[in-house]
Each structure stands twice: as structure tokens, then as C-alpha cells.
Ligand binder design. Structure first.
Ligand SMILES: *Cc1c(COP(=O)(O)O)cnc(C)c1O
Length: 227
């Protein structure tokens, strides 16, 4: 049995190695440890081993962990966010990865101003085109970005996508490369920098890194299988 810290160190090395193999500086790829369903003690252990960014997909679980753990942890909300949970989400989330409607974007920006917090926001885009409940189409993402007033309060910093589970390698390259190309296009048409590409999970992060991921969201490979 590998310990949690051994798993974490292995993944950390693999992420660096994948960056080097892609001719990239490893410091440009952020490892986000996805701790959903695992107890706060597990987060604490991985935090003690040097990890500071953790991802959760539910607001309530994120808040519960954030309340009991070090305030040096940077929390990323990676799951779908409902309008009525924005206020609660902004209490502890430093990043929100899955903004997927103009209404949600507007609400986050309004409430961020009220609370005077500065979350970083990413648009979730459905590049694969598979039937999926969430995510903007590439055209919708472009339109939304174009319509946004500059917001130093809650800046749009990039794009996020999820690839279908067990997609073939060529398809993964198409999806992740597609997100990068879309980011380049939106950046060119809006003048926004959009440096962040949140893409890649336990099964496909090496391909995502080869295609330019700046944040890989890794759960299972660090914490084990979710029950
Ligand atoms: C759970 C989750 C992950 C992590 O997936 P693993 O396959 O366990 O690495 C990444 N992104 C999102 C949005 C998730 O919900």
C-alpha cells in the first residue's frame, strides 16, 4: 500500500516530468489536488507535504474543510455552481472553475464586490461536444467573454474543460488542443490575457500538459478511488 504522501510525491514528479517532456517549464503547471469525498485529515496530510491548492466540487464540502484547515490553503471550486450558492461559495473559494452562464458570471461579480473578495474565474467550455449537462459551447464562451466589462474584482483568467471519461488519446489531444486554440482566439478578440487553462485529470493529465494545461485537477491518483 502506498501512503497518501507517497502518491502525492509521485504525482508531483509525474506532472513535472510531463511538463519537461513537453518542453515546458514545470513551474508553469499548477497541480490542483482534488480532495472531494476525502476527509479533512487527508487534506491536512497532503498540505503538510507541501501542497497548497485543493479542489472541491461542492460548496458545502469545500466550506466545511476550509473552516477547519489552515488558511494558507488556496481553495478551488471545480464543480457546477448554482446561482443560489454563489454567496456561500465566495466565502472560501479563491478560484471558481466552472462558470457556465452569463447570469452566473454576473452574479459572482456582484456578490464578490459586496463581500470584497477577489475570486479568479474560469469559463467551463464543452469542447468535446458530447451530451453534457454543463459547459458553454465555444461560441457562447466567446460571446460571454466579449460582453464582459473588465473586472479587477473578479477577473476572468482562463478556460476549463472536462474530457469524456476514457476518450481515446487522439480525441483527448483534439479536446485539450481545442481549448487552448479557443483561449487564443478569445484572447485575440477581446484583448484579455486569459493565461489559465484548467484541463486534465488523473487519467489524462499528461496529454493536457502537452497541450498547454496550466492547472491539472488530480483526485484519484493522489487520494485513491472515491467510494
Ligand atoms: C473529481 C474531479 C476531478 C478529479 O478527477 P480524478 O479523475 O479523480 O483525478 C477533476 N475535475 C473535476 C471537475 C472533478 O469533479
Amino acid at each position: 500500500m502506498q501512503t497518501l504522501v507517497e502518491n502525492f510525491n509521485f504525482v508531483r514528479q509525474q506532472v513535472s516530468k510531463a511538463a519537461e517532456e513537453a518542453g515546458r517549464d514545470p513551474s508553469t503547471v499548477r497541480l490542483l489536488a482534488v480532495s472531494k469525498t476525502f476527509p479533512a485529515d487527508d487534506v491536512k496530510e497532503v498540505f503538510s507535504a507541501g501542497q497548497t491548492c485543493f479542489g472541491e466540487n461542492r460548496v458545502q464540502e469545500l466550506s466545511e474543510k476550509a473552516k477547519t484547515l489552515s488558511d494558507k490553503i488556496e481553495w478551488h471550486l471545480i464543480g457546477h455552481l448554482q446561482q443560489n450558492k454563489v454567496r456561500a461559495a465566495l466565502e472560501f473559494s479563491d478560484w471558481i472553475h466552472a462558470v457556465d452562464t452569463p447570469e452566473l458570471m454576473a452574479r459572482i461579480q456582484t456578490i464578490a464586490a459586496e463581500l470584497d473578495v477577489h475570486p479568479k474565474l474560469l469559463l467551463e467550455v464543452n469542447i468535446s461536444g458530447e451530451e453534457s449537462k454543463f459547459g458553454l459551447t465555444p461560441d457562447q464562451a466567446l460571446e460571454l467573454a466579449k460582453s464582459l466589462p473588465p473586472s479587477p474584482q473578479a477577473p476572468l483568467v482562463g478556460l476549463m474543460t472536462m474530457a469524456p471519461f476514457e476518450a481515446p488519446e487522439a480525441e483527448l489531444h483534439r479536446i485539450f488542443g481545442g481549448l487552448r486554440a479557443l483561449r487564443d482566439r478569445i484572447a485575440a478578440e477581446t484583448g484579455m490575457a486569459l493565461p489559465e487553462l484548467s484541463m486534465g485529470m488523473s487519467g489524462d493529465y499528461k496529454i493536457a500538459i502537452a497541450e498547454g494545461a496550466t492547472i491539472v485537477r488530480i483526485g484519484t491518483a493522489i487520494f485513491g478511488h472515491r467510494g
